[in-house]
Design a protein around this ligand. Structure first.
Ligand code: ATP
Ligand code: MG
Length: 182
């Protein structure tokens, strides 16, 4: 499965409804400092179930809701929808669906809820979609700005481990190791 589309509304700096198509292959997001590039990546992580406000660069989860600027009032709602292309039937438990829409919505003071293809679900159901260790909000494939410097100064063996986790092949190595022991 892969990301096909990202829609945001009231999320961080994306106060107006924003719809981003993600084509297969490499996608670059470019723009001046502070224009919202990291916020887009955070929107992906948030909709996949990120539950730490600190990892969303906030004090509390309500901080993901548009907080207002000079001339624009704060909002009370934020919503992010990810569309997953599931043509390869890679999503666990979703053998019948060509595409999967995950929506997370938060209302100021009342917390957030999740929907999959329009149906209210538990946070756990969203986590189950991303249960392999290469995807989801804690995926090592998502390298935050702060971690880039740490990766550069890491020892080669550590760096290799991060890359293998990101590529989702760590499990293959341990299974091969098991096979060699037999
Ligand atoms: P850089 O190139 O410096 O990494 P960036 O494009 O990654 O910048 P972001 O960090 O995504 O930029 O966006 C930062 C902007 O988002 C800031 O202007 C900040 O005020 C704004 N922002 C973050 N949270 C909110 C919020 N809740 N409400 C309104 N604006 C917000
Ligand atoms: Mg950034």
């Amino acid at each position: 499965m892969h990301f096909a589309r990202l829609r945001l509304s009231g999320f961080k700096s994306f106060v107006d409804p924003t719809d981003v198509t993600i084509e297969p292959g490499l996608t670059g997001v470019v723009g001046p400092n502070g224009c919202g590039k990291s916020n887009l990546v955070e929107a992906l992580r948030w909709a996949m179930g990120e539950n730490s406000a600190r990892r969303m660069r906030g004090q509390e989860m309500d901080d993901v809701i548009f907080g207002g600027t000079t001339g624009r009032a704060a909002r009370n709602l934020a919503e992010v929808t990810i569309t997953l292309d599931n043509a390869d039937r890679g999503a666990p438990g979703w053998d019948h669906a060509d595409s999967i829409e995950i929506t997370r919505r938060i209302e100021r003071g009342t917390g957030s809820d999740y929907r999959i293809n329009g149906k209210l679900v538990r946070a756990r159901d969203v986590q189950l979609l991303f249960q392999d260790n290469a995807s989801g909000p804690a995926s090592p494939a998502l390298v935050s700005q702060g971690r880039i410097a740490a990766m550069i100064s890491a020892r080669p063996a550590e760096r290799r481990q991060v890359l293998e986790e990101a590529a989702g092949i760590t499990g293959l190595h341990s299974r091969r190791h098991e096979a060699e022991l037999r």
